[in-house]
Design a protein around this ligand. Structure first.
Ligand SMILES: [Zn+2]
Length: 189
């Protein structure tokens, strides 16, 4: 098998756009004009959760549709023909599973588009591999300023735009790098 180097330059051109224009211009680094780094410079590593287990993303949305349909039927009978005395706890249960079903459908749709989504909890991310399998990963990097460990976290106001940022364990206030998830290498199954 030929072992040609096809020279994938995608990491370079996607991250360094515009950097050269600011050289020598003494630009103050604001939060909107942070220095950019390539994934190689940051030494980004994926740490699979759940022992690297993966899930077919299609089955997640199928699960969502079936659960949602079952919930609607259950909710109908609970609301209009209460078979038991305790009607309220059953409708609470059905409402809850309907929300779960809706989340599963919405999540798998968003994931197939973005391939990268924050997972519940602070440090875990859902990613989709090149064959459409769902995985849960933690991501770490090496701080380009001090060489310490960085964790990828979702930060920002509760009700506002939130960013995925690598945050340095040694200087979490100043050493942060915003991640553009599209520069991450594809996950191969
Ligand atoms: Zn640092």
């Amino acid at each position: 098998m030929p072992n040609d180097n096809h020279g994938d330059q995608s990491g370079d051109n996607s991250l360094n756009v515009g950097v050269g224009d600011f050289r020598g211009a003494n630009v103050n680094i604001s939060h909107n004009e942070r220095p950019t780094f390539t994934p190689e410079q940051l030494h980004i590593e994926r740490h699979p959760a759940f022992g690297g287990r993966s899930l077919d993303s299609k089955s997640v949305s199928v699960f969502g549709y079936i659960t949602g349909l079952g919930t609607m039927i259950g909710l109908y009978f609970t609301l209009f023909r209460p078979p038991f005395g305790e009607q309220s706890s059953w409708s609470t249960f059905f409402m809850f599973s309907f929300i779960v079903a809706g989340l599963a459908v919405a999540l798998s749709a968003a994931l197939r588009r973005r391939k990268f989504e924050h997972f519940f909890g602070s440090r875990h991310y859902l990613e989709i591999s090149n064959t459409g399998r769902l995985r849960v990963n933690r991501l770490t990097a090496q701080c380009p300023w001090c060489g310490s460990l960085m964790h990828l976290r979702r930060v920002g106001p509760k009700e506002g735009p939130r960013d995925d940022q690598f945050i340095c364990v040694r200087n979490p206030a100043q050493h942060t790098v915003q991640l553009d998830p599209t520069v991450l290498p594809d996950i191969e199954d």
